[in-house]
Design a protein around this ligand. Structure first.
Ligand SMILES: [Zn+2]
Length: 183
């Protein structure tokens, strides 16, 4: 990521774990884990999955969500990403915190490669159920999202999912909520 020290241009800068260090000038930079979110939206007997419109994993299936921005909490970040990516957010009763809308059910690490740099993320997975939701309710972010799929649990092809953390999250979701699927 850095070939030269940003502090003194030394070529001796090295990277271990998550830390860049320059022995010549003492420069230190921590390439820390970033927080990211994903949301399993259940509507009726289907789950909403997005078709990624850009790399990494272009064309693979993903959940709504994304990186948490500086200054945001995880729920605010998720709510913003939902608005940006699918143009739809669940109704939030006035004065109600987002914790009453989205339920955290799992968290897994992920590695997100972007332009030759790997970002380690801590993915937080939330879920919510809505009585009805269809493609006509959504306004997709064209640069990011190529389409949507409403899939039944039995029709999820785990090989089509974009990321390991998403696979683990959907398995965890099915373990936790799958028994109620047809209720
Ligand atoms: Zn230096």
């Amino acid at each position: 990521m850095f070939q030269y020290c940003p502090g003194c241009a030394s070529k001796k800068i090295d990277f271990q774990g998550n830390r860049f260090h320059c022995p010549d000038c003492g420069f230190v930079y921590y390439h820390n884990t970033a927080a990211a979110t994903g949301c399993v939206i259940r509507t009726g007997e289907t789950l909403l999955l997005l078709v990624r419109g850009k790399e990494p994993a272009k064309g693979k299936l993903d959940l709504p969500g994304g990186f948490v921005n500086p200054g945001e909490g995880a729920l605010e970040g998720l709510h913003r990403e939902m608005e940006e990516e699918i143009g739809w957010t669940p109704p939030v009763p006035p004065g109600s915190p987002l914790t009453g809308v989205y339920t955290l059910f799992a968290s897994f690490p992920n590695v997100y490669p972007y332009r030759n740099i790997e970002y380690n993320t801590c993915d937080l997975f939330f879920t919510l159920a809505v009585p009805s939701l269809s493609e006509g309710d959504l306004r997709l972010e064209e640069a990011e999202i190529a389409g949507v799929r409403f899939v039944k649990a039995s029709e999820i092809n785990f090989d089509d999912l974009a990321f390991d953390s998403t696979r683990r999250a959907l398995r965890a979701w099915l373990d936790q909520y799958g028994n109620d699927w047809y209720v």
